[in-house]
Design a protein. Structure first.
Length: 282
């Protein structure tokens, strides 16, 4: 079942209403988080809400209620949906107002929670891996105070994933003007070389992924060496393993890049060990 909660009021998606003058609709002027359940309980909800607060601070969007109230609304929505497993998207918009970019025109920030049935990627995606492409672009928050915030302006990612799908792939790696691999359209990127795990630093403007943080802890517990540094585009095809991480996909091996095999063209042992450790943690 699908549930919508707008400013604390529970409704069906068909009944939910938001103003056409809301800045989230007009300009993508909003922040969000996505949470999924395990055994019907939201996983790492506190971590997600803490990141929501950081995104609000970086974008100067007001949170008009405490985080624990948002947490209670998420749990209320999940309970009302009664799905075997759910995921919830939490959105905070700057509010409504007359047309114009000036944030001072906005009033009444809107709080929206959408709860949906959760369906994981197909088993073959984990067994065989997925394809990805490289995509050079500039993201909307790069070189701004909002760098690293989870904002709803996803046009860059929409165009990148469109290109990926047109080329028979399932993800696109965002490459900046300096040739650095930043992240996927909706994921963090990890590279494995000679048993060492490599991922980009948060200082490069990547999203501080919640799953990413748990995977780094898992690697430490497994005794896997970790290097947090810039990944160069030219390193990708020479990697022993590649994988992405996200809330809804957990850990997905990337076995093809720009149409060429990565490593042996099969998910590697480090990827599998880290994924297994993460699933134990959940």
């Amino acid at each position: 079942m699908r549930i919508a909660i707008i400013n604390g009021l529970v409704s069906t998606p068909e009944e939910a209403r938001i103003s056409v003058y809301d800045r989230g609709f007009l300009y993508g002027d909003s922040i969000f988080e996505t949470v999924r359940t395990y055994n019907g309980k939201p996983f790492a909800l506190g971590d997600h809400l803490a990141r929501l607060a950081r995104s609000a601070e970086r974008t100067f969007i007001e949170l008009t209620v405490p985080l624990d109230k948002i947490a209670a609304e998420v749990e209320q929505g999940i309970l009302a949906a009664q799905n075997p497993e759910s995921f919830a998207r939490i959105m905070i918009t700057r509010g409504t107002g007359p047309l114009g970019l000036d944030p001072a025109l906005a009033r009444d920030p809107q709080r929206i929670i959408l709860v949906e049935p959760f369906a994981p990627p197909p088993p073959e995606a984990y067994e065989n891996g997925i394809g990805a492409i490289t995509h050079r672009t500039v993201r909307s928050t790069d070189a701004t105070p909002a760098a690293g915030a989870k904002v709803a302006n996803y046009l860059t990612s929409v165009l990148a994933i469109r290109e990926a799908c047109a080329r028979g792939a399932a993800e696109a790696f965002i490459i900046d003007g300096r040739g650095r691999v930043l992240e996927g359209t909706t994921s963090n990127v990890f590279l494995v070389k000679e048993g060492r795990l490599v991922t980009a630093p948060e200082e490069s403007g990547i999203l501080s992924g919640i799953t990413r943080a748990y995977l780094l802890k898992a690697a430490e517990q497994l005794g896997i060496q970790v290097s947090i540094r810039d990944i160069r585009e030219e390193e990708l095809l020479g990697a022993d393993e590649l994988f992405i991480s996200s809330t809804l996909r957990e850990v997905l091996p990337v076995t093809r890049l720009d149409g060429r095999a990565v490593g042996g063209g099969r998910p590697g042992p480090v990827t599998r060990r880290i994924h297994e450790a993460f699933r134990k943690a959940t």
